[in-house]
Design a binder for this molecule. Structure first.
Ligand code: GDP
Length: 445
């Protein structure tokens, strides 16, 4: 779906990654090409501009990571920026379908893939989440559309609301709600009528349906091949109806894919799913990481840079160890340790990995120590001033009150943190006295 964009960008970055040192001029030239590639993929100008600006700022400010070329690093920055542009809140593909029967309103223009997507989504909820789903077509102007949904329903084994001639869309929506309640359905989906373009009649009809259904999700289905038009459609529907997410269809085609990049940035609404074909299972959750990977097609480089960044963290940790060995262990060090602990699977996980600390891990567990506490402790340290962090001896009564309050906690919590700091600091000093690797060597014996 992003072949062209992917090819263009690969070309730009290939040239970059081959060079040793990278000048600002190189980055600028590359980013100019990135901008052109984005525009060619039908990404809107403001979005392309903002994107390039972000990457430029990050690339300029970033220290060069050892063992990767600056060009590789730029690829990683672009990759992360792509994810930022694409990312919405919450889990990809998550829908608010608790509290049954949950109404989902499907809206969009005619031919965008609304009916097909309604059925695909119903199938997905049935198969993956074990939900009982009821589908209803509200397209009173096109009997064929109502029948199409009924046929799809039979195909995928999902119930559809029986067709009653002469009802208005609002009446059908009400009947669907009643039926969904009586029939014990978890979800009911309302497939609204589409028009070839946005008009007042369509909008007021959808609005009326929205008001009676009070949907948990309002999903706009748009044809991804229409690029910027898809984005404008989304803006219009959102302004009038209020949408909770977007489904981009026909992403299997050789479209330019730019709609995906602009959609989130322009409308602020997440793309929840993408349609990848006419078949009933051709629906995928929209995962920014995967899409960014597809756009760049440079997974190896991204992984390489991530690895190199981990190495840097390890180097930082080593520096800290050296300072600690000299008895210098302040609140900044403690904060870094706490953050590291969370990363490594919490206190127990980390102590379990350290030789000779298995017993301590057990005690920690018994004391009910978990990540929540680690995060609270980090919040306490963040509430300290720079000076206080560097010199915990400054922490007397009035300061303690302020710090605890700032973190939304009690002074007793802060006292516990300070006790832990003292104990760790003593332990570090002892470790230091044993000499380099002393403790580890002893523990291995
Ligand atoms: P509606 O008018 O918005 O309800 O559109 P339909 O659901 O009837 O879809 C119009 C056409 O687009 C149908 O032929 C679908 O099979 C096709 N279609 C829908 N989604 C996709 C998709 O993701 N990829 C492809 N290739 N075709 C799709």
């Amino acid at each position: 779906m992003f072949e062209n964009l992917s090819e263009r960008l690969s070309g730009v970055f290939d040239r970059l990654t081959k060079q040793g040192a990278l000048s600002d001029e190189d980055v600028k030239t590359a980013l100019r090409e990135v901008r052109v590639a984005l525009l060619e993929a039908d990404v809107s100008l403001p979005v392309a501009r903002e994107f390039v600006k972000t990457v430029q700022e990050k690339a300029t400010g970033q220290a060069v990571t050892k063992s990767v070329t600056p060009g590789q690093q730029v690829v990683k920055i672009v990759h992360d920026a792509l994810i930022d542009v694409l990312k919405g809140e919450g889990e990809p593909g998550s829908l608010k379908i608790d509290s049954p029967p949950a109404p989902i309103l499907m809206v969009g223009l005619q031919g965008g893939g609304k009916t097909t997507t309604t059925a695909k989504l119903a199938k997905r909820m049935k198969d993956r989440d074990g939900k009982r789903v009821l589908m209803a077509s509200l397209d009173v102007n096109r009997p064929a559309a109502m029948e199409q949904l009924a046929i799809l329903g039979t195909q995928i084994g999902v119930d559809t609301l029986p067709i009653v001639k002469g009802e208005s869309p609002v009446q059908i929506a009400k009947r669907a709600k009643t039926q969904a309640g009586l029939g014990g359905y978890d979800v009911y989906m309302l497939d609204t009528a589409g028009r070839l373009s946005i008009d007042e009649e369509l909008m007021s009809q959808v609005e009326a349906v929205r008001d009676v259904a009070n949907p948990r999700e309002t999903l706009l289905v748009v044809d991804g091949l229409t690029g910027q038009d898809a984005v404008h459609t989304a803006e219009n529907f959102d302004a009038r109806i209020g949408i909770s997410g977007v489904v981009l269809t026909r992403m299997d085609g050789d479209g330019r894919g730019g709609a995906a990049l602009s959609m989130r940035a322009v409308t602020g609404k997440p793309i929840k799913f993408v349609g990848l074909g006419e078949k009933m299972d051709a629906l995928e959750t929209f995962e920014p990481e995967r899409i960014a990977g597809r756009i760049l097609g440079m997974g190896d480089i991204v992984a390489l840079v991530e690895k190199a960044q981990e190495t840097i963290e390890a180097e930082q940790a080593e520096k800290m160890m050296k300072r600690m060995a000299k008895g210098q262990f302040n609140m900044n060090d403690l904060k870094m340790q706490l953050e590291q602990m969370i990363k490594m699977g919490g206190m127990q996980g980390m102590m379990g990995m350290m030789p000779g600390m298995g017993k301590m891990a057990k005690q920690v567990e018994d004391a009910g120590f978990d990540d929540k506490i680690l995060k609270q402790q980090i919040a306490l340290i963040q509430s300290m001033t720079k000076k206080e962090r560097a010199n915990p001896a400054l922490l007397q009564a009035s300061r303690k009150k302020r710090i605890a309050k700032g973190a939304g906690m009690e002074v007793s919590d802060l006292n516990k943190l300070m006790k832990m700091h003292r104990q760790m600091s003593d332990m570090m000093k002892k470790m230091g006295k044993m000499g380099k690797g002393g403790m580890l060597k002893q523990a291995m014996k």
